[in-house]
Write a protein that binds this ligand. Structure first.
Ligand SMILES: [Ca+2]
Length: 515
């Protein structure tokens, strides 16, 4: 602190007249000697505009404005398994005259374990948060992934597990706020968090366990109950499909041979015929998913019928798979999935109508039976799952919480996130009351956090900022995307959906209304 103060005075004396105060205070490299208990600053680097990103940052993030990048580790230590742990983080601070006064943290993905470049480029529209003047932070949440994005071996170490489960993001946010306050000479006005998948779960955790750290949070496709979603997609759905799948020579079901391309095409044709135009235009997107009541039984082959139909046992398998797992009491232990435009895709992720014999975590089960009661018994983990609906401090503090979920997400059902949102309403004074601080957006056609026959390019950050800072609640957010060049649509806050007005170009969002 003494160093900081003396440096401020020296800088002010020499340069105040030249910069009119805009660049006073510590320089970027001075942040390298900042002392915060438990924190090791490993780098403070001035990064010129459009600089190349060091290879230690795994993902390309496009061109960047000039900024100061601070890197560090919180609580470096040796774990019980002999592995070195610590919460790695990186913070990008815009040039002092470019700072907008706000802070944004970007969420992680999968098992985390890498520090992604702090840029805030996801779900923030055409300009990254850093480009808009936000200070941006990111973290590996306490461990290094050694075998890719789904290395969960760190869970052997209790503290590493706790850091991943719920602690690391809040700690990094606290450190980032301290560092930015020293750099700019004043605290951030507003703080935001934006994440999808594991990042979505992190956003929910922060809203529930650290209600005063962020003023606004965007939660996308949250990996919120991975034990139960894995039960659904790793057991329930494969077993339902295996029951109808053709067998190989040794009698094992061949799940990837269950549906033919013709089956998929017919299914999608009939589904789209039934539900596509409910939103006023047959455009390959179902904007009214909750109004879509498609029953695959309609296309099951009747006795003697061989054309324009799907074998009844396959249809039964689809219905069972999409209905989601129930226990012997008839209780739904995880929701079903939506019949949506993206369920037959093969990339970026196979849709649920495209079962494979090998999944992300190895061979898919060949079992044909499942004891749901038993399987569901021990898969929930209250440390990692964001289940609480008591957000009274978050919302009472003016916090705003935006959810979005891809309707064709084959990993986490959009209906699970939607049910959480509904339970928020049920326990917080009703839907209208909750809509004053939280909103939910279905994203038609979108796979897990992007991709699919969808418009997956949208700016939730601006919607959030306008809500937090100006009190303007988001009725709709405009979406575009590479799957439909030239097309735009409003994503409408639930309970509304985008409906074509019946006039003018169907490619233009302005000709749709939320109803
Ligand atoms: Ca449509």
């Amino acid at each position: 602190m003494r160093h900081y103060i003396s440096l401020v005075l020296a800088t002010a004396a020499c340069c105040a007249a030249i910069t009119a105060g805009a660049q006073t205070g510590p320089s970027c490299s001075d942040l390298g000697s900042v002392r915060i208990s438990g924190v090791e600053i490993t780098g403070a680097t001035e990064v010129p505009a459009n600089a190349r990103i060091p290879p230690s940052y795994p993902h390309y993030v496009g061109s960047l404005p000039a900024h100061c990048r601070v890197e560090g580790v919180i609580h470096r230590r040796k774990g019980v398994d002999g592995v070195e742990y610590g919460i790695g983080f990186a913070i990008a601070l815009p040039e002092k005259n470019a700072w907008n006064g706000d802070f944004m943290m970007q969420g992680g993905g999968g098992g985390n374990g890498v520090v992604n470049y702090p840029v805030g480029a996801s779900y923030t529209g055409d300009k990254s948060a850093l480009d808009r003047g936000f200070v941006v932070a990111s973290t590996d949440t306490g461990h290094k992934a050694r075998t890719g994005g789904f290395d969960f071996s760190f869970m052997r170490d209790q503290q590493a597990y706790l850091d991943f489960a719920y602690q690391a993001n809040a700690e990094v946010a606290g450190i980032a706020k301290q560092i930015l306050a020293r750099y700019y000479g004043r605290p951030a006005s507003w703080s935001y968090f934006v994440g999808c998948s594991t990042g979505g779960r992190e956003g929910m955790i922060l809203s529930q366990r650290f209600p005063t750290v962020f003023n606004g949070i965007v939660v996308g496709d949250p990996a919120m109950r991975t034990g139960l979603s894995n039960l659904a997609i790793g057991q329930w759905i494969p077993v339902a499909y295996n029951q109808a799948a053709p067998r190989d020579a040794s009698g094992r079901p061949q799940i990837d041979k269950l549906f033919t391309d013709a089956d998929r095409k017919l299914f999608m044709d009939k589904l789209m015929k039934k539900c596509d135009a409910l939103d006023g235009v047959a455009d390959g997107m179902i904007f009214n998913p909750l109004g879509c009541h498609f029953d695959p039984a309609e296309i099951a082959c009747r006795p003697g019928q061989t054309e324009e139909c799907i074998a009844p046992e396959k249809v039964a398998a689809i219905k069972k798979a999409f209905a989601g797992p129930k226990n012997t009491y008839g209780t739904q232990v995880y929701p079903g999935f939506l019949y949506d435009a993206g369920i037959a895709t093969s990339a970026p992720l196979p849709g649920l109508l495209n079962p494979r014999s090998r999944g992300l975590f190895g061979p898919v089960t060949t079992a044909t039976t499942l004891d749901v009661d038993n399987a569901a018994l021990h898969v929930s983990d209250p440390l990692v799952e964001p289940a609480s609906t008591n957000l009274s401090t978050f919302s009472g503090n003016g916090g705003k919480l935006i959810f979005f979920h891809g309707d064709s997400d084959p990993w986490f059902s959009p209906l699970d996130t939607f049910q959480y949102y509904q339970s928020l309403a049920a326990t917080n004074g009703g839907a209208e009351q909750v809509a004053t601080w939280s909103r939910f957006f279905f994203v038609p056609g979108m796979s897990h956090c992007g991709g699919g026959p969808s418009l997956d390019h949208f700016d939730m950050l601006t919607a959030l900022v306008n809500w937090v800072e100006k009190g303007t609640a988001p009725q709709s957010v405009i979406a575009t995307g590479p799957a439909f060049p030239g097309r735009s649509r409003p994503l409408c806050a639930y309970p509304k959906h985008a409906q074509y007005s019946g006039h003018w170009k169907t490619e233009d969002a302005s000709n749709f209304v939320c109803q």
